[in-house]
Design a protein around this ligand. Structure first.
Ligand SMILES: NC(=O)c1ccc[n+]([C@@H]2O[C@H](COP(=O)([O-])OP(=O)(O)OC[C@H]3O[C@@H](n4cnc5c(N)ncnc54)[C@H](OP(=O)(O)O)[C@@H]3O)[C@@H](O)[C@H]2O)c1
Length: 346
């Protein structure tokens, strides 16, 4: 994947540079050898003065303030919702283009919610100053669903996600390590990031429980899938479970199609020819994508594809991606790349 159109950005700020997604953004920029004349690494007052090596230079983390965006061309926000709510309007008023990884703007009608392979065309002539990055579970789901919708049409989707602790940020990531170490040493684990112990456990609650019984995470997947696929009436049901893995969000998906597929091979080929997707599917030989293999990859992997004979035109499969990369930082970079490509063409 080339990110050559980003080179012309004069000044780039990462808001939340000390977080897991912020760090992944820095790693990706280094991997792709993308440098900007001016870089600002912003975080809370707790991190001020922290040193971060980036592209062969040492940067000091600065505190996010109302003056942070003077002269910033693009600001990538990856901070808690309340911080986004306060500072994105300030960044926009300062003239910055904001690409935001929180859920604050995802459902706003005039804000594009982008997975470039699916709805990147919305960025042609885009004049708004905010772009949203989808939830890290929504992105692999819509990538797998898009080719199915285009060829067969989708009647209904049932998705259960198996989400790693990195999806809940650095503190949650560290808690899996500390709880595991405590338990293996016969000590009582401390519980803080999740409502229950996560080490050697699974927790069927991500986000806050809403009025209809779904959690906020389950609601995000439902609403974002409808928005990105431009299917406002899509029948979709979602369950989200936190699992004790560090990286990768895996999804078990059941789809009822409008028109039947001929064979599983036909569906596998459809996915394999879609950008960013890779099918790894030979279960007789124990070959399918797992959380371990997807970590650190830019791709979204699909396996365990099979017919669901309990419904008409039914399909079951497993899809998984690195939540910090395609689920967050990589998708943001690809979105910016496409926006700048369109801008340079016009
Ligand atoms: N993790 C994922 O897989 C993922 C995927 C998609 C979207 N997201 C979204 O991305 C955002 C960040 O997630 P994350 O996993 O990177 O979280 P994280 O590891 O907990 O990092 C949070 C970042 O926000 C900064 N921050 C917190 N309060 C702040 C404040 N008052 N002022 C300035 N900076 C502040 C932190 O700075 P300090 O270090 O100084 O506290 C840190 O840099 C969240 O909105 C999350 O929902 C995450």
């Amino acid at each position: 994947m080339k990110l050559s159109h980003l080179e012309g950005i004069e000044s780039f700020a990462i808001v939340g540079a000390t977080g897991l997604v912020g760090q992944e953004m820095l790693d990706l920029l280094c991997e792709h050898k993308i440098k900007f004349p001016k870089v600002k690494l912003l975080a809370s007052a707790n991190s001020v003065g922290e040193k971060i090596d980036f592209a062969g230079e040492e940067y000091e983390v600065e505190e996010l303030t109302v003056n942070s965006f003077d002269g910033v061309e693009v600001a990538f926000f990856s901070v808690p919702n309340e911080v986004t709510q306060k500072y994105v309007p300030i960044a926009v008023a300062s003239g910055s283009l904001v690409i935001d990884d929180s859920s604050v703007y995802r459902q706003k009608a005039d804000v594009a919610l982008i997975v470039p392979e699916i709805n990147g065309a919305l960025l042609k002539d885009y004049t708004e100053k905010i772009i949203s990055v989808p939830n890290c579970t929504t992105t692999p789901l819509v990538l797998a669903l898009k080719p199915l919708e285009d060829k067969y049409g989708i009647e209904r989707v049932v998705v259960s996600s198996y989400q790693s602790v990195s999806g809940a940020g650095r503190k949650a990531f560290e808690e899996l390590s500390s709880q595991t170490a405590a338990l293996l040493n016969g000590k009582e684990p401390e519980i803080s990031a999740f409502p229950h112990r996560i080490a050697f456990n699974c927790i069927p609650e991500i986000g806050q429980v809403t009025e209809n019984g779904n959690t906020s995470e389950e609601e995000k997947v439902i609403k974002e899938t409808r928005k990105i696929l431009d299917l406002p009436d899509l029948n979709i049901s979602s369950t989200a479970v936190r699992v004790p893995t560090f990286s990768g969000h895996g999804l078990s998906v059941n789809v009822e199609l409008n028109n039947d597929f001929q064979s599983i091979e036909e569906v596998r080929e459809l996915w394999d020819s879609f950008p960013g997707l890779k099918v790894i599917d030979n279960p007789e030989h124990h070959i399918y994508p797992t959380h371990v293999e997807c970590s650190g990859s830019d791709l979204t992997f699909i396996g365990r594809a099979r017919r669901d004979s309990s419904i008409k035109s039914g399909l079951n499969f497993w899809v998984i991606t690195d939540n910090l990369r395609k689920g967050a930082a990589l998708n943001a970079l690809q979105t910016l790349e496409l926006l700048y490509k369109y801008r340079r063409m016009s």
